[in-house]
Design a protein around this ligand. Structure first.
Ligand code: NAP
Ligand code: MG
Length: 482
């Protein structure tokens, strides 16, 4: 099937007629759709449409905006299985993973709409007699939303909902690996009655469509989720014109396991966060840092758990882990496994592309565990973004904390312990934006902010109260009434 862009309320192809194909990562023979390989001109048209639509969308009352948007959220509930099928087809997620993504998107959307309805400024006493002082929040303008393929429904939702409810208009570029999921998000909003030009949708490459979205002077805010390298490039390119950026980037998230941890629970949390979505959550656990006295026992339980995981097409209900998302991912991850072996890490589980029982048609990699991983190794420092877990040994809590922080990334972390004093020392010192005690590195809830520190993020974080903060400006007024 051939799909189109959506610009100013109309479906249109790319201006030069070029297209690209998306393929099912569980079976690469299966072309799931043909999409516009849009040009910079297409992106410009979409930006101009969003610019034109901005004043009337911004002036519409927030209750009217919420009424339209709530219809889209209701449709997320009634059409969940359609979204699940698209997530499955394009990203390879299992049914359970896909359903969790949709239900998270619904909760986040509802929370951000409610934030919009209570979007408040402040009043403050004035230093002058007879002067009234207040501030209000105003939308900023055209927003460029650039999203990744690993949460192709929830990430656009987390960005577009606060942008729209607070009165901004949008150009949305989905990742090229997951345009159909992005298109479904768009469809729900079109059917809910969003006016033309408010949400525009353009598919195509990061270096064409994405580049135009970043450099076009009509764009005021850029909310990007993706790799650290691309995020740094965006920040460099906006430095000249002071656009506001929100960059949610890579991670290399540690889970520390101390000697007094409940090993059963810590293995469960580490294995879940390491291998769910084939290790392609930005919040996945990729380093298990275990104190020496429990390292053998932890590793034994971990191998038992990982060895029983069933890998296959995510559409089948008895599968625990689906494929990795596409041939580039497949190649990158296998290359990192090779690097780990060459660096002298001990490959104790998995490590191979899976070829039996028809899996050779897709991008399947065994759940992989390395032990004897040293902190300076590339597999301990670089984001692999696949089903590969490095187990590292620390002599004690202090060394575990040092290893956890010895990294350029700072997205999420966890500690497993019964010792409240060490738990709080860890919470004080861990260099991340989201951290946990006795819970997996991926756990989060929409009412609190989500964003990384160090090279994992930049700007006002998403979600929670800051979700709306990013998309609004403060206007302060003083009124002399005497
Ligand atoms: P990516 O290559 O950086 O791509 C992300 C998005 O940016 C895609 O839509 C991509 O378009 C676009 N893009 C690529 N190059 C661009 C450029 N030069 N200018 C503008 N846009 C450009 O990242 P990915 O491989 O898709 O996603 C995985 C990464 O995302 C991982 O590093 C992961 O940790 C991170 N992530 C972070 C979070 C978080 O919240 N911190 C959440 C999820 C994922 P194309 O698809 O057309 O290339
Ligand atoms: Mg990429």
């Amino acid at each position: 099937m051939q799909y189109q862009n959506y610009i100013n309320g109309e479906f249109v192809g790319s201006s030069d007629g070029q297209t690209f194909e998306q393929r099912d990562p569980a079976n690469l023979q299966n072309v799931t759709g043909e999409w516009p390989k849009s040009t910079r001109e297409d992106a410009r048209n979409a930006i101009e449409a969003a610019h034109k639509a901005f004043p009337s969308w911004a002036d519409l009352g927030v209750y009217q905006r919420a009424e339209i948007m709530s219809k889209a959220v209701a449709a997320m509930k009634s059409r969940t299985e359609e979204i699940v099928a698209a997530l499955n087809e394009e990203n390879g997620k299992t049914l359970e993973e896909a359903r969790t993504e949709v239900s998270s998107a619904i909760r986040e959307s509802e929370f951000q709409i409610s934030q919009g309805l209570s979007m408040c400024g402040e009043t403050a006493p004035s230093a002058q007699k007879g002067v009234f002082a207040y501030s209000v929040r105003r939308p900023v303008g055209v927003s460029a939303i650039i999203s990744p393929w690993n949460f192709p429904f929830n990430v656009p939702g987390r960005k577009c909902t606060p942008a729209l409810i607070s009165g901004n208009t949008i150009v949305f570029k989905p990742a090229s690996l997951t345009p159909k999921v992005g298109r479904l998000f768009l469809d729900l909003y079109i059917e809910a009655g969003l006016p033309p030009g408010v949400l525009n949708f353009v598919t195509g490459g990061g270096s064409t469509v994405g580049e135009e979205m970043i450099t076009n002077p009509l764009v005021e805010t850029i909310s990007f989720t993706g790799s650290t390298d691309v995020g740094k490039g965006i920040q460099q390119s906006v430095a000249q014109n002071l656009k506001r950026t929100q960059l949610e980037l890579g991670g290399k998230n540690p889970a520390i396991v101390l000697e007094d941890a409940d090993l059963g629970k810590s293995v469960e949390a580490v294995a879940t966060a390491a291998f769910a979505c084939a290790g392609q959550w930005c919040t996945s656990t990729s380093r298990a840092i275990v104190v020496r006295s429990v390292a053998d026992a932890f590793t034994e339980k971990l191998l038992e758990r990982v060895g029983s995981m069933r890998v296959g097409d995510g559409r089948s209900a008895d599968v625990d882990m689906g494929p990795v998302c596409g041939t580039d991912q497949l190649e990158t991850i296998l290359n990192y496994i090779d690097i780990g072996k060459k660096e002298g890490a001990n490959l104790i589980q998995g490590g191979l592309r899976m070829m039996e029982n028809g899996l050779n048609q897709g991008c399947f990699i065994e759940p992989t565990v390395f032990t004897d991983v040293q902190s300076e190794m590339r597999i301990a420092q670089e984001e692999i973004f696949g089903p590969v877990l490095s187990v590292m040994i620390a002599e004690d809590f202090e060394e575990a904390l040092e290893l956890a922080n010895n990294i350029e990334f700072g997205l999420t972390s966890s500690i497993f312990t019964q010792d409240i004093s060490r738990a709080f020392q860890f919470l004080d010192k861990t260099e991340v934006g989201l951290t946990h005690v006795n819970m997996m590195t991926a756990y989060r809830e929409p009412q609190l902010s989500f964003g990384g520190v160090k090279s994992s993020g930049h700007g006002i974080p998403e979600s929670g109260r800051t979700g709306i903060e990013f998309f609004t400006e403060h206007k302060v007024a003083f009124i002399n009434y005497m």
